[in-house]
Design a protein around this ligand. Structure first.
Ligand code: ASP
Length: 358
């Protein structure tokens, strides 16, 4: 139990975990335009008191503050903490479902992380974990946090029926798989919703909401959560006009374990990188390529043959491919410690291909 959780609650409840973000933000002058504010100021307990009267009857809420940060400062150690809390809470029979209030800047990373490490467990237990956030601070006149939080609580607490357990997200009245949520606009109220071709994203209403299909949540096996200080170092490098071989060479004498190449178009990178990347692969650096365009899949050997040792990331964006590669490298390490000869490529390929077929 975290020091922030007063006492264990044994009656059935929805657990609301606070991570901070704009949903917990405060503006010194809430009427200003454009609005200046600080994220991660208000405790999740207090966010709940503001919506108390609208919570569906019979739904008991318990809160736990895991962090209270601006999510641009999210760390890998915090992801590990969150993952452990989510797993332990899913295992608790008194927890019927979970809601996580989170900053939208890096909600994309947390969504894929929770899917890959807790998605299968949530599905087996038939419990829903719903991520949400806000684009306006909690004291703004048109604050969107309360309605997002209420939607998330309703979704987490509704009996199973058509919507299986899994890791989901809700923003601006729309719901999707958490691994498909991404911020694609700096300020718009619906910025963190990205409709992916493989995900049902739709307006939240009682008849639709539970229609996210079971097969879309299918996830066969969770990956291990790395210990907070054992995440492999992986960087994202963007290919662009005028790219230089030095951009890759600089990493060759570092402890970096993997590079995600955010390529142009279909995920191609500048020829100036090629020879140095070949050297990187020989040195054991894991390579993955994705597209910097923000949409579309990156496919093996399309449009040209891939560099040996470099995997295509499917529909994973750069930030998601980075988390996936870190988890795949960690899974390889754990598998080898257990005497299994699985490689990061085995784990990564499974992650990159599955979103296409789920
Ligand atoms: N910078 C904020 C955060 O990610 C933005 C937000 O929550 O919308 O914490």
């Amino acid at each position: 139990m975290s020091p922030n959780q007063a006492k264990p609650e044994n009656s059935p409840h929805i657990l609301v975990l606070g991570m901070g973000g704009t949903i917990a933000g405060l503006a010194p002058n809430p009427g200003d335009q454009p609005l200046r504010y600080e994220a991660g100021q208000v405790e999740v307990k207090s966010l709940l008191t503001h919506i108390e009267s609208a919570v569906p009857e019979g739904v008991k809420l318990v809160s736990q503050q895991v962090a209270n940060i601006n999510s641009r400062n999210l760390t890998e150690a915090l992801l590990s903490d969150l993952g452990e809390v989510v797993r332990a809470s899913l295992a608790n029979p008194a927890v019927l479902g979970l809601v996580i209030t989170h900053g939208t800047d890096t909600i994309e990373e947390t969504g894929i992380f929770l899917q890959l490490t807790c998605g299968n467990y949530a599905q087996i237990l038939g419990k829903r974990v719903i991520l949400t956030g806000a684009m306006l601070p909690s004291n703004a006149p048109q604050a969107d946090g309360p309605s997002n939080l209420l939607d998330a609580i309703r979704w987490a607490s509704t009996p199973l029926e058509n919507c299986p357990g899994g890791i989901y997200a809700v923003m601006d009245g729309r719901g999707c798989m958490a691994m498909d949520l991404a911020k694609r606009h700096g300020s718009a109220l619906n910025a963190p919703i990205q409709a992916s071709p493989s995900s049902s994203v739709g307006l939240i209403n009682p008849s639709w909401l539970w229609g996210v299909k079971a097969k879309e949540a299918a996830w066969k096996e969770d990956l291990p959560i790395p210990k907070g200080d054992e995440w492999p170092w992986v960087e994202i490098l963007t290919s662009h006009a005028g790219a230089r071989s030095e951009t890759i060479a600089l990493w060759l004498n570092s402890q970096v374990k993997g590079l995600v190449l955010a390529g142009s178009g279909m995920g191609g990178f500048h020829d100036a990188w090629r020879d140095t990347l070949v050297t990187a692969v020989k040195k054991g650096v894991a390579l993955v390529r994705t597209t910097r365009t923000g949409a579309g899949a990156t496919l093996t050997d399309i449009p040209e043959k891939d560099l040996d040792g470099c995997l295509a990331s499917g529909t994973l964006s750069g930030p998601r491919a980075r988390i996936a590669l870190q988890l795949a490298l960690n899974a390889e390490k754990q598998a080898q410690l257990a005497g299994k000869s699985l490689t990061w490529q085995d784990f990564f390929a499974r992650i990159a291909v599955l979103p296409e077929i789920r």
